[in-house]
Design a binder for this molecule. Sequence first.
Ligand code: THU
Length: 119
Amino acid sequence: MHARENAHAPFSKFRVGAAVEDSAGHVHTGCNVENATYGLTLCAERVAIFKAISEGVRRFKRMGVVANTEELTPPCGACRQILWEFCGDIEIVLANLNGKSETLRLGALFPRPFDGSFF
Ligand code: THU
């Protein structure tokens, strides 16, 4: 995925690209953006979602995540929470640079989520 090439990952050297497709079929991409304080780093998934949110998009169909790992890289816990709140049980496509991929639902990665339905 092209967005991965834009990753700002001078600390981990671990580049991730994400793309989220909205309900109109438009694709919003993101890469990880690291910070010298580490904790302020944003993952590719959140960058893609927040870009789309900031453009007024609220309905999503699926997200793709690409990293150069043999075992496919899944979204971290923080991203799973953010994805659940904005996208619900969407399809998540994990892929690597060798053409390996797997499609699963967010609900399988993030069972029994907490969200705004509790209050
Ligand atoms: N990272 C992502 O961007 N997405 C993931 O799904 C896993 C981790 C980033 C965060 C950090 O810049 C680097 O990968 C190492 O954790």
